[in-house]
Design a protein around this ligand. Structure first.
Ligand SMILES: *[C@@H]1O[C@H](CO)[C@@H](O)[C@H](O)[C@H]1NC(C)=O
Length: 279
């Protein structure tokens, strides 16, 4: 769903060179969920070595769709909604691939291809729940200083200092960075999150999905700093333990001072372990 939005935006941007105003479409898009990091900063090379850039296209035109995290040398974890629209006859389009081992998705790193994928069996695209999936690589990658596995944290996390990295838009105007962005954020308690999302919904998005704290965790920095289009699937890491606690899922786009939502790793312990055991 997010990538559909992404592609529409890119078409609009191309039209804008011919003088067609963007306001209407951007205004519509503002009401959609979907993450990228706004208000973050460039990462140093080698920061977040678990990050995977999920791309679609060929050598000529490539788009970044989503982020992911390397959880096994041949397994990437991401958001379910990053995968669903690229299923063709039960497989994935072969324009779908990824770059690992670089903070710049357009240069350096290693290109990897996929041979299989998993989408959570209870993925709910309407309520945006169980937004978790996996991509299996055609071969194992060699780990290095710039390429490491994300370690899962299956404990329930309350309020904690954390950080999120992503290649999503860095401004409302479809500005997509090549360089990985990082933003330090705080996770909220379930009560605080639900209350703030309720307040945000009344202003920005009356039909926003409800928050289920068993399977979702949210973060908040401030207005102007948060997730935007293209950040979906990216890893939320605990600063205390350096472990992954969330997968970017949905947001009040972009960076409106309302919490950003992630699939909560501890809510999917059995599912994550069952997939990881396969590889
Ligand atoms: C929250 O998610 C859990 C796990 O899927 C589920 O058992 C529970 O019913 C959900 N709660 C609500 C209010 O949807």
């Amino acid at each position: 769903m997010h990538f559909k939005i992404l592609i529409v935006i890119c078409v609009c941007v191309r039209f804008s060179a011919d003088g067609i105003p963007l306001e209407t479409s951007i205004e519509d898009l503002k009401n959609y969920f979907s993450p990228r990091v706004i208000g973050g900063e460039n990462t140093l090379e080698g920061y977040a070595p678990h990050m995977v850039a999920i791309l679609v296209g060929d050598e000529v035109i490539r788009l970044i769709l989503c982020g992911g995290s390397l959880v096994k040398p041949n397994l990437v974890m991401t958001a379910a909604h990053c995968l669903t629209d690229f299923q063709i006859a039960g497989g994935l389009t072969n324009l779908f691939h990824a770059v690992v081992g670089s903070n710049n998705w357009n240069t350096g790193g290693i290109r990897v291809d996929f041979q299989n994928y998993h989408i959570h069996p209870e993925w709910d695209p309407v309520l945006i729940k169980n937004d978790i999936g996996f991509l299996c690589l055609t071969k194992k990658v060699e780990l290095s200083k710039h390429l490491q596995l994300a370690v899962m944290n299956f404990d329930f996390v309350g309020e904690e200092a954390s950080s999120v990295t992503g290649w999503g838009w860095v401004a409302q105007w479809a500005l997509m960075p090549f360089h990985l962005q990082v933003l330090d954020v705080n996770t909220l308690s379930p009560e605080d999150c639900i209350e703030r999302v309720r307040e945000g919904s009344s202003i920005w998005w009356p039909n926003a999905p409800h928050v289920n704290s068993t399977i979702e965790i949210c973060t908040l920095h401030s207005t102007g700093r948060g997730l935007c289009f293209g950040d979906s699937g990216s890893a939320l890491m605990s600063k205390e333990t350096g472990t992954q606690i969330g997968i970017a899922s949905w947001a009040f786009t972009c960076a409106r001072g309302v919490p950003d939502m992630y699939a909560r790793i501890s809510g999917f312990k059995d599912y994550i372990q069952s997939i990881m055991e396969l590889y």
